[in-house]
Design a protein around this ligand. Structure first.
Ligand code: T4K
Length: 393
């Protein structure tokens, strides 16, 4: 609950006043949706003495997620990064793969970790997703694939990327870490490209504490990934494939199953908070809240505000002001992958072909959402914005 009302700059913690919240408000505070159902499942797991290795909870989780997404296979993994890595390996990607730089570092690392060069293509500043024209420009004889990212859960330009992949005989996969339950042209994300990789990290709209999955309609690909996540074991004492340990635990699957039942509630809470933010922040000079297409289904997990030139204060001043109030706003994903190690040293000139990435990512602030948030919290955050930009409240 907020602890003060804010009428002017003098009321701001950054100017010496007490913070607006005693407890920090996080971006990505986990939604704990159904504690009793989860605890019942935990007891079942403990009673069964089957804790991991493709147990009954994981199998049920895979089936339910596949049904929910309308895809043939869901291959559950221990986290989203391993899901990306296993998908990349199962698709046989090598050489260079085109990715956006404006994404969580795991998208690039999943390639680099396997000796593959991530080649960063620019984004469309309106959609925040890969610009297909920029993708074409980055294709070389070493390119083997494209990884589109559905940033903030808004679908990448799937059809255009598929056309490029078909034309150049490239693999196409998606990092769908943000997009659980969302649609593209009315079809649930999870079946596009060769496969899609999800993260079910605690901070995601739908989570299993730690977890991830690759979804696909391709039987052979799913089979290869199932082997890879279990060291390549096809049976007792029988390894037929190089593999790793990417297995989801039974307790994580239990958390995922209880959260899946309540996912629609989480989505509705997020939608209401997003609408409240939108209404409260609209009209402030140089501040806008990114829209979600009302014709699609969205999880509204990320409240993305953009701070433009007309705003009298900078993006970073806004972040510092909010953090002083105990509102832990985030500059996702700054300074983008090409600004972080090892990529900033390997490709010191990458930024030259990423003007929209640099410009747009430097203007974004992500605000808290989820079940820890409600009308009062959103109203207080809006009053902090108003005082910061010098509007009377
Ligand atoms: N691709 C994309 C596009 C992704 O966004 C991600 C992950 C991946 C791939 C990889 O998936 P995973 O391997 O992670 O499954 C967080 C998450 O750790 C990361 O999963 C997520 N993206 C990214 C967008 O956000 P950080 O470094 O910002 O997380 P952190 O630890 O600062 O947590 C965020 C806030 O939530 C903090 O204020 C603390 C709070 N928090 C966090 C946890 C874990 C809690 O209150 N409770 C908790 O249990 O990366």
């Amino acid at each position: 609950m907020p602890t003060k009302s804010i009428g002017s700059k003098a009321d701001l913690a950054i100017n010496g006043a007490p913070p607006a919240f005693d407890e920090p408000l996080h971006v990505g505070r986990p939604n704990i949706t159904n504690r009793d159902a989860f605890m019942r499942r935990v007891n079942d797991v403990l009673d069964s003495k089957w804790l991991t290795n493709n147990g009954p909870m994981v199998q049920e989780f895979e089936q339910r997620v596949a049904n929910y997404l309308g895809v043939k296979h869901c291959v559950a993994m221990c986290n989203g990064t391993i899901a990306l890595e296993i998908a990349i390996r199962a698709l046989g990607l090598a050489g260079e793969v085109i990715v956006p730089s404006w994404t969580f570092i795991a998208t690039a690392h999943a390639l680099y970790w396997q000796g593959i060069t991530p080649v960063f293509a620019d984004i469309d500043p309106d959609t925040h997703n890969l610009d297909p024209v920029a993708v074409r420009r980055m294709i070389t004889p070493r390119t083997t694939g494209i990884i589109g990212v559905h940033l903030w859960g808004r679908a990448a330009p799937i059809d255009a990327l598929q056309a490029i992949a078909d034309e150049h005989d490239l693999k196409l996969m998606f990092d769908a870490a943000h997009a659980f339950g969302n649609t593209y042209h009315g079809q649930t994300i999870g079946r596009f490209g060769d496969c899609e990789a999800f993260s079910f990290h605690a901070t995601k709209a739908f989570h299993s504490m730690e977890g991830g999955a690759v979804t696909t309609d391709n039987d052979d690909l799913a089979e290869a990934m199932r082997l890879m996540r279990n060291f390549g074991f096809a049976g007792l004492d029988d390894v037929i494939h190089p593999g790793t340990n990417g297995k989801m635990t039974e307790i994580c699957a239990a958390m995922g199953l209880s959260n899946l039942c309540n996912f629609d509630q989480v989505r509705e809470t997020n939608r209401k908070n997003h609408a409240a933010y939108k209404q409260a922040l609209t009209g402030l000079p140089g501040i806008s809240v990114l829209d979600y297409d009302p014709a699609e289904r969205n999880n509204y997990h990320y409240v993305v505000t953009q701070v433009d030139e007309e705003c009298p204060v900078s993006r970073d001043e806004i972040v510092d002001t909010l953090r002083a109030e105990n509102i832990l706003a985030r500059r996702y994903f700054w300074p983008c992958c090409h600004g972080m190690s090892p990529y900033r040293d390997l490709f010191p000139h990458a930024g030259l072909v990423l003007p929209h990435t640099n410009e747009t990512a430097s203007r974004v602030v992500i605000l808290p959402n989820g079940s820890a948030m409600g009308e009062k919290e959103v109203a207080t955050i809006a009053s902090i914005f108003r005082a910061t930009v010098g509007e009377s409240t």
